[in-house]
Design a protein around this ligand. Structure first.
Ligand code: ZN
Length: 612
């Protein structure tokens, strides 16, 4: 489309379209308060959402990478469109007819737009061919897998005729030139149709545009031996980034923070028909890091707490290798990755055919954490009745664990591994840290507070310079020196907010000693412990960074409570991961509720503690 669009039409489109609707096609947005929405930025990799959309103003802005603009800018960047194309796309969506003045440049419309239009026309053509006499084999294929006509229509399935030039002819008649068809991967050099004599699945993005096709061999005389072929890489079809089923699964994925990754097109169909509406599949390539990031963005998960990505793998060697590959892939992804293995080896499509819809849903419900599946497979190949077998199994599995960067995950995996091997956890921990030291420089992790048992300091005498305990120490100093900047309940601080036994003892003393004239003396009189008295005195006199007020004290107490909430979230997450939602649904549900409540508490404390 050449020319200039009338300004009034651009304004009309802007008015008719909601930016949160458009962005919502690509990013799961959650309410961030103040009339804004938040999600994971599609323009840079991030774990916590800094991408905000303000519908009332029609703007988006990312605090992480600085990208920002209006709805047109968003679509331009997200879809790699020109301004005119972005306006056109949104005009189509809102039913506004654009008036265009010819600016005499005669420039053809952008390549991406032309490819998408050609793909849409091709999809329609292929669909119309599925009812042709020649397509009987394709229809039989679907029929045998339990997919009737209505299902074929629902998923937009099509058939590419054997003839080899019919698509090109049909699309040429609609005004598409060979250059466009070639760029779309719809015809080959020499002008033959790219797909011929095959059953076709349209592969769409989450915004419903057809990006390309997947095609299955149907006829015995097909010259191409491959069972499946796909659209070659084009300006819009990048196999490392497309997922089949996303057009149906996008909203459920965002809503449930769950995605189920199956192997093939028929598995996606079967899963959706069975009620697993979050199912997707990679197309003609293994599931990779780009796919993982795409799903994370759609789930809107920030830190692996809520999201679940469930892979259905065969229990066989190929499935085990696939699981291992995912495990060694994107590290941000490990804590929320699960595996659903069907013992009979049936894929979801066959499972539905033989045992019905419920069997597919049960398969997904039986998921186990990916790391457990991987470790069990490693350990299985050793004889654990023998000491040398256990040692060898430990060596191989600790290789896997030592590659993990998240220390809170490591401690959980260590516990489980020790349980599987029937070995002492300290031996397992020792082996893993040996591996970590032997590897690259990766030993800068700070252990979780509950694990700092190697501390050689007197438990009641905390190291005053320990950065991990600084917040606890500073808060106690504030309480002791400026008690009136706190409310009567010490701003809600409790013993458990302190991790060091010495500080716990000091707080217990503070809590149990009524605030009277000469409080410092009253505190000292309330304890007979020499060590505690010394600690108390040092905290009473140690200088503060600044003159405190109520806001300053509130920020300290909130941060202290926040730290504990974060620890509790990690524990709850770990428990949740070890709870089977099928065998123990009540406990799973209540733990999930607890996690959600903790998350809300974390957010609240985060905003209070930021108000320093
Ligand atoms: Zn960004």
């Amino acid at each position: 489309m050449a020319g200039r669009i009338h300004d009034e039409d651009i304004a009309a489109v802007r008015e008719r379209i909601r930016i949160d609707d458009v962005v919502g096609d690509f990013v799961a947005l959650r309410n961030a308060g103040g009339g804004s929405l938040k999600g994971l930025c599609p323009f840079h990799d991030e774990k916590t959402p800094s991408f905000t959309v303000t519908p009332s103003r029609g703007f988006f802005y990312c605090f992480g990478c600085g990208e920002g603009g209006d709805v047109f800018t968003f679509l331009q960047k997200q879809q790699n469109l020109g301004f005119t194309e972005a306006v056109q796309t949104l005009a189509d969506r809102s039913g506004i007819q654009l008036r265009i003045t010819d600016d005499g440049t005669g420039q053809p419309p952008g390549l991406r737009k032309r490819i998408l239009e050609a793909n849409a026309a091709a999809e329609e053509f292929f669909r119309s061919q599925l009812g042709s006499p020649e397509a009987i084999e394709a229809r039989r294929f679907l029929d045998q897998r339990g997919f009737d006509r209505a299902v074929a229509l629902h998923f937009g399935l099509g058939y590419a005729p054997k003839h080899g030039r019919m698509l090109r002819q049909a699309l040429q008649a609609q005004g598409f030139d060979d250059a466009t068809l070639k760029a779309a991967g719809l015809i080959r050099d020499g002008g033959r149709d790219f797909f011929s004599g095959r059953l076709l699945w349209p592969i769409r993005d989450s915004g419903q545009s057809v990006l390309g096709f997947g095609a299955r061999r149907i006829h015995d005389d097909d010259r191409l031996p491959a069972k499946y072929i796909n659209t070659p890489e084009t300006a819009v079809y990048k196999k490392s980034q497309v997922l089949y089923g996303l057009d149906f699964a996008r909203q459920p994925i965002g809503k449930r923070s769950q995605a189920v990754v199956v192997e093939g097109y028929t598995d996606v169909m079967a899963a959706h028909l069975a009620g697993v509406d979050t199912a997707v599949a990679s197309c003609g390539t293994a599931f990779g890091d780009d796919h993982a990031r795409l799903l994370q963005r759609l789930m809107g998960t920030t830190d692996g707490l809520h999201g679940e990505v469930i892979f259905t793998f065969d229990g066989d060697k190929a499935g085990q290798n696939a699981a291992l590959k995912v495990f060694k892939g994107d590290q941000n992804f490990i804590a929320q990755t699960y595996v659903a293995v069907e013992p009979s080896g049936l894929d979801p499509c066959d499972l539905r055919l033989e045992h019905g819809d419920a069997a597919v849903r049960e398969l997904v419900g039986r998921r186990v954490p990916l790391y457990r599946f991987v470790m069990e497979n490693v350990i299985k190949s050793y004889d654990l009745d023998r000491a040398d077998g256990r040692l060898a199994a430990l060596r191989e599995s600790s290789d896997l664990i030592s590659a993990i960067r998240d220390s809170s995950l490591i401690s959980q995996y260590l516990r489980e591994l020790a349980g599987m091997l029937g070995m002492d956890i300290e031996d397992v921990r020792h082996e893993v840290s040996r591996k970590q030291r032997g590897g690259a420089s990766s030993s800068q992790r700070r252990p979780e507070p509950e694990e700092s048992s190697t501390d050689d300091v007197d438990p009641a005498w905390p190291n005053p310079g320990d950065p991990a305990l600084r917040l606890e120490r500073d808060t106690l100093k504030l309480m002791l020196q400026y008690p009136l900047t706190f409310d009567a309940a010490w701003n809600g601080v409790v013993i458990e907010d302190f991790t060091h036994p010495g500080y716990q003892a000091v707080f217990r003393l503070i809590r149990d000693t009524p605030l009277v004239e000469g409080w410092g003396d009253a505190l000292r009189e309330n304890t007979s412990s020499e060590v505690l008295t010394q600690l108390l005195v040092s905290l009473l006199v140690e200088p503060l960074l600044r003159e405190p007020d109520e806001v300053y004290s509130l920020a300290h107490s909130s941060r202290l409570r926040l730290a504990r909430t974060v620890r509790r979230i990690a524990q709850c997450k770990s428990r949740l991961q070890r709870t089977d939602p099928v065998k123990d649904p009540t406990s799973h549900r209540s733990q999930f509720a607890e996690l959600t409540a903790l998350e809300m508490e974390r957010k609240r404390l985060l905003s209070v503690s930021a108000g320093e």
